[in-house]
Write a protein that binds this ligand. Structure first.
Ligand SMILES: C[S@@+](CC[C@H](N)C(=O)[O-])C[C@H]1O[C@@H](n2cnc3c(N)ncnc32)[C@H](O)[C@@H]1O
Length: 280
């Protein structure tokens, strides 16, 4: 009996979810205000239903928002398929997209526009700046940084399929000064010019679930700080392990040891993670 009700509840929520997504989809075709309503519905959906499956749901149903990004959407599908078939390391989000990009009608687990606003990145970036995105995944967030502020971007990720998606998306937007490279961060810290970046994003990339980059906080900060210009800004986001690791204490201690300033610290991602913004 208990199982029966559990099943009914599941069907009920799944139907609601389907209606919600369809509504968002229909709204998007209306443009203007309707598009905004669609966007709100999607945000609501993202917060109400487990974040890690919303992307797969969307992609599975082939229910992309717009019709003007069809080629890009096709490329993304192919890259995700290749990732599934050939990528040896762990793919994030069950092989769907970790990052979303609303303006390209791509739903991922973590919306880039929302993150840009939540992190307040507009306060730290401007046209003449060079932004490094270390462990950039599909590069949507740093591409969005470029679109919003005009900064130049160099993103790197070890996953070549994500980098293919990043470059295809940058191409679809026809942007210049945005480049993505498939490489290991350990190589980047040696090969990229020291003191060259104005701002570095290192978001959820210190002790990665795929186990391809795991270093101590100190080591990671030292690696990143080397790439920063004087007075450069490092935007560091933790993994979802904030209840186990006292990042505030550790980063404050590091600030004393290494002599950088902690400009901001805040809870993000519905308090699942912490964000620290530091200046050298
Ligand atoms: C949890 S995701 C975070 C992605 C992105 N920074 C964000 O917050 O949206 C971690 C990313 O780090 C990448 N990664 C893991 N090990 C790496 C390495 N050694 N070099 C470069 N990227 C790596 C993974 O491929 C993955 O895209």
């Amino acid at each position: 009996m208990k199982n029966f009700w559990k099943k009914c509840k599941k069907i009920y929520y799944e139907s609601l979810r389907f209606v919600l997504l369809r509504l968002a989809y229909i709204c998007s075709w209306g443009g203007g205000k309707f598009y905004c309503i669609g966007d709100k519905l999607l945000t609501f959906h993202r917060h109400s239903y487990g974040k890690d499956v919303s992307g797969s749901y969307w992609l599975d149903r082939n229910a992309y928002f717009a019709n003007n990004m069809n080629e890009l959407h096709k490329t993304i599908k192919i890259e995700l398929k290749n990732q599934k078939n050939f990528y040896k390391a762990q793919a994030y989000c069950d092989g769907y997209l970790y990052q979303g990009l609303g303006i390209a009608n791509i739903l991922g687990v973590r919306g880039s526009e929302e993150r840009f606003d939540e992190y307040g990145l507009q306060h730290y970036l401007c046209k003449d700046m060079l932004l490094y995105d270390l462990g950039c995944n599909s590069g949507f967030l740093s591409l969005y940084c470029h679109l919003r502020t005009g900064c130049s971007v160099r993103g790197v990720d070890i996953n070549p399929y994500m980098i293919n998606i990043a470059n295809a998306t940058a191409k679809a937007f026809g942007v210049k000064n945005v480049e993505f490279f498939a490489d290991d961060l350990n190589n980047i810290f040696v090969n990229w010019e020291q003191g060259s970046a104005d701002v570095i994003l290192t978001l959820a990339t210190m002790w990665t679930d795929d186990e391809q980059y795991r270093v101590s906080l100190k080591q990671h900060f030292d690696n990143c700080l080397k790439l920063l210009k004087k007075n450069g800004v490092l935007v560091f986001e933790t993994h979802g392990d904030v209840s186990r690791v006292d990042y505030v204490k550790a980063i404050n201690e590091l600030a004393c040891e290494r002599g950088f300033r902690l400009l901001e610290q805040k809870d993000v991602d519905c308090k699942a993670r912490k964000l620290f913004i530091i200046q050298t």
